[in-house]
Design a protein around this ligand. Structure first.
Ligand code: NDP
Length: 325
């Protein structure tokens, strides 16, 4: 079987397409023939070695995949069944989806829900799954379309573009923050009502600014997150899922103690199974058919490493799908 294999030489991560024996796959109850995987930000950090994602080499990256069960020793899954995997450290500490086969724990798999297929599931991928978690967190915080405008940062990326599509479909007014004018046509087609440039929120800010947003979905962190927090309505909710702009958060307590703002962290890796099933149900229900065409490009497994470099260089719009077979 073919796999993208990450190895380390002189402290540098090397990514090579290799022929490996399926016997080399790690332990797990279910072996899956992978049809589609994707390049998420975390995959790009792992493949290029720019982030300390992988600690044990050799490693097959790929934090998500969809495919069909080849063998299962667990009664919940049978030969030929379509399944999805996101998270659980797959592609980080356990060999992942950028390979023709993957062997994983049955507990980590979700049976393909009605209304999805392998390709559509990976158009959504971890990025889209995370966008839905963010939208559900806004809802859990009481934010409705009547509350006011929602800001989405890093809007041209996988999480951001899916968040724009979901919020628009749910009737929210959406402002997309993007650092690139090339993303504007896609963002408009996905339903962004307004688009602002990254520089609008990338400078120094006062502890509180004019209240502008009922909520925000932030994929960027650092100054952008600090700035938007100063502009959130009284009682508003901000979800923080990403670090595309940096890991710092140079803020003050003022938005929290004077405007009752809620900052909700989002993790997609260890979401309990029942919540996962609900997230996929909502994605199928809320994403419009156009989303699957607008926010996607496809690459071959042999081109996955180059796609990872392009993603980190901020040259990619929407989701990158990897066609495995
Ligand atoms: P993408 O690369 O697809 O999107 C990131 C976007 O952020 C880019 O398209 C760009 O949008 C913007 N961006 C890039 N560089 C910078 C920068 N230096 N400063 C400000 N904005 C920048 O990645 P994903 O959508 O896959 O992931 C987005 C973030 O969410 C990542 O940090 C990722 O690690 C995180 N994430 C977290 C998860 C979790 O479980 N918490 C799960 C999935 C993702 P534009 O050009 O439009 O400005």
């Amino acid at each position: 079987m073919q796999a993208l294999l990450l190895e380390q030489q002189d402290g540098q991560t090397q990514a090579q397409l290799r022929d490996i024996s399926p016997d080399a796959l790690p332990e797990g109850e279910v072996t899956v023939e992978v049809d589609w995987s994707g390049i998420n930000y975390k995959d790009a950090l792992a493949i290029t070695g720019k982030g300390k994602i992988i600690r044990q080499f050799p490693m097959v990256p790929g934090i998500d995949f969809a495919g069909r069960v080849l063998h299962s020793s667990d009664p919940r899954f049978h030969h030929g069944q379509s399944v999805i995997l996101t998270g659980w450290g797959v592609g980080e500490t356990h060999w992942g989806g950028l390979a023709e086969q993957a062997r994983v724990k049955a507990d980590w798999l979700v049976a393909m829900p009605e209304g999805l297929d392998s390709r559509k599931a990976m158009v959504i991928g971890t990025a889209g799954f995370t966008a839905m978690l963010c939208v559900m967190a806004l809802e859990d915080g009481g934010i409705t379309p009547q509350s006011g405008e929602i800001l989405v940062t890093g809007a041209g990326g996988g999480v951001g573009s899916t968040a724009v599509a979901l919020l628009h479909a749910l009737g929210y007014k959406v402002c997309a923050l993007s650092g690139r004018s090339a993303t504007h046509p896609m963002l408009q087609q996905l339903g962004a009502d307004t688009i602002i440039g990254r520089e609008a929120l990338n400078g120094d800010c006062r502890p509180l600014e004019k209240q502008r947003w009922a909520g925000a979905i932030d994929t960027v962190g650092d100054k952008v997150l600090a700035n938007l927090l100063t502009q959130i309505h009284y009682g508003g909710v901000v979800t923080a899922c990403g670090l595309a702009g940096g890991v710092n958060l140079p803020t003050t307590v003022m938005p929290f103690i004077l405007r009752n703002v809620r900052l909700q962290g989002i993790d997609s890796v260890s979401v309990p199974v029942a919540r996962r099933v609900e997230v996929w149900r909502r994605l199928i229900k809320n994403l419009p058919a156009t989303y699957y065409q607008l926010a996607t490009r496809e690459v071959a497994l042999a081109d996955a490493a180059e796609a990872a470099r392009q993603l980190l260089a901020n040259n990619v719009t929407g989701r990158t799908l990897v066609k495995i077979r």
